[in-house]
Design a protein around this ligand. Sequence first.
Ligand code: UDP
Length: 237
Amino acid sequence: MEILSKLYEGKAKEIFTTDDADQVVIRFKDAATAFDGKKKGTIQKKGIMNLKISALFFQLLEKEGIQTHYLATLNDRDMLARKLSIVPVEVVVRNTAAGSLAKRLGLEEGTSMSLPIVEFYYKDDDLGDPMINHYHIRARKMADDDTVKEMEENALAVNEILTRFLKERKIQLVDFKLEFGLYHGKVLLGDEISPDTCRFWDMESKKKMDKDRFRRDLGQVEEVYEEVLSRMEGSNK
Ligand code: UDP
């Protein structure tokens, strides 16, 4: 496999084409942003940790029957993945109120939801990723109905698998964001699953172990990313 050229550079990742038209290399960077890019910074070794964490999650999900873009980890920062045509809809699943849900519904952070909540957001930086529903997706032809149904069902299945896995490691899965894409007509899970895209709380102390430490200037950012990884690898179970 040979890397050819840079296809895209996002806030936290770069994507490269390869000599196989169906495969890309995703490079994980240390750059961190929050609040629609208004807050910028660096989390040392974040790229290395997020690649490892994502790879472990994707491997777990594949084993449980969820199809993902993950193919292999090439080195510290590079993931080999199937090249998806990304659906411009972010899927958020929530088990506990936090962040924008707590604000929107006037709930105290930490309020547990009686059922998982699924939300859709239109992936558009200029618009600040507005929340949308099935009607917007249909009217703006962001994805067809079957694709949306599959994304929703997969997101709920991912929630069950990750919640169970993390619970054994004393981590509460508060909420997370997924992205999906099409690959030769199939709907695959893409992007990353990491403390950048999930809220993880220590089950007992409720310590935040995710990007909220960066967003809210809570300190010990690198340390908690490292701790999530080590709990996942089993060395701190
Ligand atoms: N999230 C994300 N990317 C986004 C927006 C949200 O990965 O562009 C994740 C976020 O880390 C959290 C979940 O989705 O785990 C729900 O985020 P929320 O809507 O509460 O947003 P925020 O508090 O970041 O405004």
